[in-house]
Ligand binder design. Structure first.
Ligand code: FDA
Length: 306
């Protein structure tokens, strides 16, 4: 029996990445969660989502770069992406992982690169910093605050908080205080009991209490989940407190619970689809497998179909 923990360990393996990236069948499975390998091909899937009333957040898959040259390639891709979004008039903002901008090389490289993205994005284009493993939470939030509080006081940037971390209630209060835009999710990395809740019931109950704080006092939060219980709790809390649908948005992942995405849009809720593209799809896809081990059956079936 392959557990979530083993799948998450495999997600971090360079050897497995090398093997899978060259395997046609693994790639076939990954494409369920990835809009396209090339940036030129991402316009069509985004248009399709937009035409159904779904907003998008585009993410260029490039986490964990190990050289400055690689981080420069990521920056250049995002610069082109901003132009594409504008030219094609897409309803999309962007998401970025700081390890794709060089965070594991140094905080200052990642911050400098992020600043370049925010300058190029301009005030009308929003950039969400994804949250990665807990070893990077402090440095990710530091980068965010440097830019938020710095001389330029960037306001076109937001962060992500994970409900499985013990520290998140404190982080949320600080972010609410400065008026930052937060995406709330459960958290997708392998974390120990010293830093994170280990049981679904604890992660869920933390999610609900953080969601309430954000809906009540936060700045246009993104409630990122496919869990019907979390969606219902959000809708109920919003109704009870007369919080309009325009004060927050639901967010879901490309290729996950598509019917629910459409149903929420049809009912008048705002919903944004996190839409990754690029050929560095292995770690992202493995985290999706770990979230729902039943996905393994689809993966194996597609491999057996050949
Ligand atoms: P849960 O895992 O309890 O799943 C509820 C139900 O949703 C499942 O029973 C299943 O039906 C369906 N489902 C969930 N995941 C599925 C999958 N992969 N395939 C098929 N069905 C699935 N994490 C992080 O650490 N940092 C980040 O920056 C982000 N960013 C982010 C953005 C957005 C828009 C979303 C939706 C999620 C993230 N995440 C993330 C991932 C998040 O932390 C979490 O791992 C997943 O969303 C799964 O948690 P759920 O809330 O969906 O609940």
């Amino acid at each position: 029996m392959i557990t979530r923990s083993i799948l998450l360990q495999m997600a971090a393996s360079r050897k497995m990445e090398h093997f899978s990236s060259h395997n046609r069948l693994a790639k076939g499975f990954a494409m369920r969660f990835i809009a396209s390998e090339k940036m030129e091909d991402v316009t069509l899937p985004v248009r399709r989502l937009n035409s159904k009333g779904l907003s998008v957040s585009l993410d260029y898959l490039g986490e964990g770069v190990t050289t400055e040259e690689e981080s420069e390639e990521v920056v250049q891709t995002y610069l082109k992406l901003f132009k594409l979004i504008k030219q094609e008039n897409l309803d999309s903002n962007v998401s970025v992982k700081l390890t794709a901008l060089g965070l594991e090389l140094s905080e200052s490289i990642a911050e400098r690169n992020l600043r370049r993205l925010l300058d190029a994005a301009g005030p009308d284009q929003f950039v969400r910093i994804d949250m990665e493993g807990s070893a990077l939470t402090d440095s990710t939030l530091n980068c965010f605050y440097q830019l938020w509080n710095g001389a330029n006081a960037y306001r076109n940037v937001g962060v992500v908080i994970q409900s499985y971390l013990h520290r998140s209630a404190d982080d949320i209060e600080k972010l609410i205080k400065v008026g930052a835009r937060v995406r709330l999710c459960k958290g997708a990395y392998k974390e120990g009991p010293d830093v994170a809740f280990q049981h679904k019931s604890e992660v869920d109950s933390s999610f609900v209490s953080l969601m309430k704080r954000l809906l009540k006092d936060g700045n246009y939060p993104g409630i990122a989940t496919h869990d019907m219980a979390m969606v219902n709790a959000t809708q109920e809390f919003a109704t009870q407190n007369s919080i309009g649908n325009d004060k927050y948005e639901f967010q879901m992942l490309y290729g996950v619970r598509r019917e629910l995405q459409l149903e929420l849009a049809r009912k008048g809720y705002r919903i944004r689809i996190y839409t990754p593209f690029g050929d560095h799809w292995y770690p992202y896809t493995m985290r999706r497998l770990a979230e729902r081990p039943a996905n393994l059956r689809f993966a194996l079936a597609s491999i057996l179909r050949g």
